[in-house]
Design a protein. Structure first.
Length: 167
C-alpha cells in the first residue's frame, strides 16, 4: 500500500467508511464496474497494480465501504506538467447505492485529502451525450463548473466535457 502521501487513510462519514483501496477490494469493485459499465472490469487489476505495488505511487484510489462491503471507488492522478492539479479519472458507485449520497461523499473525501496536501484544482472529464446527463448534473451538484467542451472527442457526436473545481 502506498504510504508516500501524508494524509489520513480513512474518512468516516454517515454510515460509510472511505479509505485507501486495498487488493482485497478488487472482487467487489469489479462488481461495481460490471453494474455501472464504466469500463470493463477486467481492466481493473492492471490499472490499480502500480498503486498497490509501488509505495511511491502518487495515484489515489479510494474505496467506499458500507457494512464492510466495497460499494464505490474513485481513481485520481496528478496532471502531468502542472503544479497542484489532479484529474479524477473515474468514480463509480454500485447501482443499488446510486442517489444515496455515496458518490458525493467519495468526492468530498478526495477533495479533503487533496486540499490537506495543498493541491489547487481537481478536474474531471465526461461525455456530452444524453446518456451522461445525470453524470454532468452530479458534478454540478458537487460544485464543479464546466470549463471546456471538446467537440467529437470520444467519437463523432460524443463531446468531451471538462469540469473543474478549485480546492
Amino acid at each position: 500500500m502506498p504510504q508516500a502521501l501524508a494524509w489520513p487513510v480513512c474518512f468516516e462519514r454517515l454510515t460509510m467508511k472511505i479509505r485507501q483501496t486495498k487488493s482485497e477490494d478488487l472482487p467487489a469493485l469489479k462488481l461495481v464496474l460490471d453494474g455501472t459499465q464504466l469500463f470493463p472490469s477486467e481492466m481493473l487489476p492492471d490499472m490499480i497494480h502500480g498503486f498497490l505495488s509501488d509505495k511511491d505511487s502518487k495515484d489515489i484510489w479510494l474505496t467506499c465501504e458500507k457494512d464492510g462491503t466495497p460499494i464505490g471507488f474513485t481513481y485520481t492522478v496528478p496532471e502531468q506538467l502542472t503544479v497542484g492539479t489532479w484529474n479524477m479519472l473515474s468514480i463509480a458507485v454500485l447501482p443499488s447505492e446510486q442517489g444515496s449520497g455515496v458518490g458525493g461523499e467519495i468526492v468530498k473525501a478526495l477533495e479533503d485529502q487533496l486540499r490537506q496536501l495543498g493541491h489547487r484544482i481537481l478536474i474531471v472529464d465526461t461525455s456530452g451525450t444524453d446518456d451522461f446527463a445525470l453524470t454532468r448534473e452530479f458534478y454540478r451538484k458537487n460544485g464543479y463548473q464546466q470549463e471546456a467542451c471538446i467537440r467529437d472527442f470520444w467519437d463523432a457526436g460524443d463531446d468531451k466535457i471538462v469540469f473543474r473545481k478549485a480546492l
